[in-house]
Design a protein around this ligand. Structure first.
Ligand code: GLU
Length: 420
């Protein structure tokens, strides 16, 4: 299994990052080994009746990195490239993220290899419910709490909630987060990740003594994270020059209008063809000068091949794992890019998921202002702690953030001891 995981490029990347951190922290061999490998790797075959009468089997995965600090927490991804190695890497990153943010969770991630854009709503519902049915014995509000990720929305969460609750014979909102408000979802959860990215971008601008008003940004990815990052940065007075998604990329030197862009995407399915902007090559877009570059799509987009040409001052990693270790080393050498590492930058989502779970367990409902204020307080605290840590240890932000996350977990493992 170890070989199989390490052969996956994304897991290989997470493992290399972990090894670097473990060396830095001087973790002993036993704790290092226990922290590195996932506790449970679940694979499900999911037969689904398709609209044309055929039956198709999909494969779904859930990796629970570890349960030492509480239930595992993390999203469920629908994407054609999903595989067990990628899911295990994403679960490991969730682990360090929850720990860095001091949330009482381990990391988990799930995925189903499918292209949701090629599936009807009915097919998506049957696939999601079948997955929920198969995974029910292995999850629970104190075991594993899922949430949205790439390719899934609050509707998918509602189907999982319904399937699980039907099984239990009672309404169990605390089984999942990122669900609709009507089903006791949290105010502010939909925009939480993008809001957090924009908020941290302003904190980074402050640190660099750059004005927030008029600061420029480029955003790769216009899903739930990217779209709200665009809107929130705009609300802070920043100017978003370029946005890309699977349909293409659009550019306006004067700044894109976020409301019109959202409407265009709702009507046309992608950013391409947005009036009031020019088309631009999506790869070139990343290399344009700007204050804040926001990769908000998939892993491994900032690589050794393009990192040398980046012209941003801040790299705000809204996606998980957007920068390869080779690119990281070059960023460190360059010394002119302030990195907001993924485990901090996109932690707004899981932080409000935690708030949602807490509200559900208490049968309470907080206002949006309460949620977003608590979120900003928590992100700001983590940001300041990270800067202090990096200053004290003279390390880069990626190493610092991962080290803080891994160290908490390592201490818990050590204190709990090895059973038997
Ligand atoms: N999928 C999101 C992430 O990667 C959110 C996870 C959650 O809310 O549990 O952080």
């Amino acid at each position: 299994m170890k070989e199989q995981l390490l052969n996956d490029v994304v897991f290989g990347m997470a493992a290399r990052q972990f090894d670097r951190v473990a060396d830095f922290l001087g973790l002993d061999q036993s704790v290092r080994e226990r922290c590195k490998w996932p506790k449970r790797i679940l694979t499900f075959s999911l037969p689904v009746r398709m609209d044309d009468g055929r039956t198709e089997v999909f494969f779904g995965y859930r990796v629970q990195h570890h349960l030492s600090r509480g239930p595992v927490k993390g999203g469920l991804r629908f994407h054609p490239k999903v595989n067990v190695g990628e899911v295990a890497a994403l679960a490991m990153w969730m682990n360090w993220k929850c720990s860095l943010m001091n949330l009482p969770y381990g990391g988990g991630k799930g995925g189903i290899t499918c292209d949701p854009r090629q599936l009807s709503i009915g097919e998506q519902e049957r696939l999601t419910r079948r997955f929920a049915q198969e995974i029910t014995p292995f999850i629970g509000p104190e075991v594993d709490v899922m949430a949205p990720d790439v390719g899934t929305t609050e509707q998918h969460m509602a189907w999982i909630l319904d399937t699980y609750s039907t099984h239990q014979g009672r309404f169990v909102p605390e089984i999942i987060t990122g669900k609709p408000i009507d089903l006791q979802g949290s105010e502010g959860r939909t925009q939480a990740t993008g809001h957090g990215v924009a908020f941290l971008a302003t904190r980074a601008l402050n640190k660099l003594r750059l004005p927030v008003q008029g600061a420029t940004a480029i955003v790769q990815g216009y899903g739930n994270v990217g779209s709200y990052a665009v809107e929130t940065m705009n609300a802070y007075g920043m100017k978003v020059l370029g946005v890309s998604d699977i349909s293409g990329a659009v550019w306006n030197e004067k700044g894109l209008n976020p409301d019109q862009l959202r409407q265009h995407v709702a009507e046309n399915g992608g950013v391409a063809g947005f009036p009031g902007a020019d088309p631009i090559d999506p790869d070139d877009m990343l290399l344009q000068p700007c204050d804040v570059l926001v990769p908000a799509a998939l892993e491994r987009v900032i690589t050794k091949d393009n990192v040398g040409q980046l012209q941003c001052k801040i790299l705000a990693e809204a996606a998980n794992g957007p920068t390869t270790p080779e690119a990281d080393a070059i960023i460190e050498e360059r010394g002119d890019i302030f990195v907001l590492p993924d485990v901090l930058c996109n932690a707004g989502g899981v932080t409000v998921s935690y708030f949602e779970w807490v509200q559900n367990l208490q049968r309470f409902h907080w206002t949006k202002t309460e949620v977003l204020t608590k979120l900003e307080t928590k992100l700001n605290e983590a940001f300041e702690n990270l800067l202090t840590f990096c200053e004290q240890h003279q390390c880069d932000a990626r190493l610092g953030a991962l080290a803080m996350g891994v160290d908490n977990v390592a201490r818990v493992k050590k204190t709990r001891g090895l059973f038997p």
